[in-house]
Design a protein around this ligand. Structure first.
Ligand SMILES: [Zn+2]
Length: 523
């Protein structure tokens, strides 16, 4: 069931510096948003057809014209700042009223600019390249970034409900928050902050009083940013969730809508690899490249973990183990819960079993120690392990809770009663902040996400119990009554879920087993 990744949509965003040039604007996306909810981001958004109708003066690259227009419109819509020439004659009240005209659709952006003789000049914008959302995301954008300086006397604010905490911040302060796992940042924003923070601070501070350096500073920074984007061809191969965890989405044969399984590298100077999942040689090669570079820097690989035995989580671990032995003469153990090893007998050889509560001592880039705790969370699979960094409040939730798609509980490997208990346990982890599952992006509100899983399953359980009490006795009959929102193509999976719910209700003595139910194949 391999499916194609989503096609990226065109978009544009603005790296907005304050007029002193030493701070950059960021904001937190509303946690309720489906795409990167709760992440800190720059103003920006999807290209609209009307952006091509907006005049951009002085643009040497016709291709970029509509993207500059899009970036300017999005910045005005989202944070109320008008990045135009001639805008200084407008009062704050007038800008607010124009904003209202735009948002309500009374006037198009082109009409507003023409009516007030406001001009977008391409010379005010430094193109810093594009970045494409990784393939594992069900929604993807190819975003062109532009660096510019905020016009005097305009103060950005949260002009729409999509954004919160709009603020100018010193790039180093923003990075500090990320280093302490206080925020989630997408890879392009992280890379930008890293580049801005290394820029020559003299030039940043003096741009206000020195017209020459005002032109110079953003240009130099923009050139560095552009080089980063070009070197990677705008592709993001892995995501640094925080300084301790790299998320490496690998192409696997998983269940739609997911197309990838997240492999995690936790720690640096002392690290472990979780779910080297892909069977594909090219995917294995890119993963090996980064692990090789760690080993070559003297970093120590402690183990290769397998979270559970499903086919989209295993397949690359033995290849990685052999690779590290042949290339570096290293003997790295493959480790999992005992019941995972039982399920994979004859397929994968394990050198170590991991128990609930076991903690691993790892080290970050600066050789600072931290602990990664193991939780045995059966439900989706008997031996499923998830891993928790309590200090950072970061849970790697495996297939228990995922960023995109849904979790299948299919007996006999799956057990609904266990699953509920595991969800409760994860929900109550001390200091829990973020999570990242095996599929999709990291989740900002980990506790809220787990609570929504519990609520969803309880609702299904109630519906299944009602169907049962009203005479539906086979899992297919129950699916047809309850899963009315699911395509018949997925009935087989839904039946497995029903089996699991009925099993739980039986275990709890809420229904009695009247006839043997047909078990379908294991997922
Ligand atoms: Zn699974």
């Amino acid at each position: 069931m391999n499916q194609k990744s989503a096609t990226p949509k065109d978009a544009a965003a603005v790296i907005l510096l304050n007029d002193a040039g030493d701070e950059v604007l960021w904001a937190r996306r509303n946690p309720r948003l489906a795409f990167l909810g709760g992440y800190h981001a720059f103003p920006g958004g999807k290209l609209e057809a009307s952006d091509a109708l907006v005049r951009v003066e002085n643009c040497a690259n016709a291709e970029l014209e509509k993207f500059i227009a899009c970036a300017v419109r999005e910045t005005f819509e989202e944070v109320g700042v008008l990045l135009v020439r001639g805008g200084e004659k407008l009062t704050r009240g007038q800008r607010a009223s124009l904003h209202d005209d735009l948002i309500s659709g009374r006037m198009t952006f082109a009409e507003i600019l023409a009516h007030w003789n406001l001009r977008i000049n391409a010379a005010d914008f430094f193109y810093t390249g594009f970045w494409t959302t990784p393939q594992f995301s069900p929604v993807r954008f190819k975003t062109r970034f532009f660096l510019t300086v905020c016009p005097p006397k305009q103060t950005p604010y949260a002009a729409i409900s999509e954004l919160e905490n709009v603020e100018f911040i010193k790039p180093n302060d923003a990075l500090e928050k990320w280093k302490k796992s206080e925020v989630l940042i997408s890879p392009p924003v992280l890379l930008t902050l890293q580049t801005l923070s290394t820029a020559d601070s003299d030039k940043i501070i003096h741009i206000k009083n020195d017209s020459k350096s005002k032109d110079q500073h953003p240009k130099i920074v923009a050139e560095n940013l552009l080089k980063n984007s070009q070197a990677a061809d705008g592709q993001i191969r892995y995501i640094e969730l925080n300084p301790r965890v790299i998320c490496f989405p690998l192409k696997t044969e998983t269940l739609p809508p997911a197309t990838h399984t997240n492999c995690f590298i936790v720690g640096r100077k002392r690290f472990v690899v979780i779910d080297a999942a892909s069977h594909e040689k090219s995917e294995q090669a890119v993963l090996h490249r980064i692990i090789d570079s760690f080993v070559e820097q003297g970093f120590v690989c402690q183990a290769i973990f397998v979270t559970h035995p499903h086919r989209d989580h295993t397949g690359g671990e033995t290849v990685l183990q052999t690779h590290l032995f042949e290339k570096f003469d290293l003997r790295i153990p493959i480790a999992a819960h005992k019941s995972t090893a039982e399920s994979l007998r004859g397929k994968v050889e394990f050198q170590k079993f991991i128990k609930d509560g076991e903690a691993f001592d790892l080290q970050d880039e600066n050789a600072a120690d931290f602990k990664l705790q193991t939780l045995h969370t059966p439900g989706h699979a008997r031996g499923l392990l998830v891993f928790y960094d309590e200090e950072f409040g970061f849970l790697l939730s495996g297939d228990s809770v995922v960023g995109s798609g849904s979790v299948v509980i299919a007996p006999p490997e799956g057990n609904m009663q266990d699953y509920f208990a595991s969800l409760e346990r994860m929900k109550n982890l001390p200091n829990l902040r973020f999570l990242c599952g095996s599929h999709g992006a990291a989740v900002f509100d980990a506790k809220g996400k787990i609570e929504s899983y519990i609520a969803h399953r309880l609702k299904r359980e109630k519906q299944i119990l009602e169907a049962w009490e009203n005479g539906a006795k086979t899992s297919r009959e129950i699916v047809e009554r309850v899963y009315t929102d699911v395509s018949p193509a997925l009935y087989e999976l839904a039946e497995k879920s029903v089996e699991a719910h009925l099993g739980k209700l039986e275990q709890e003595g809420r229904i009695s087993h009247e006839q043997p139910r047909i078990l379908t194949k294991d997922y």
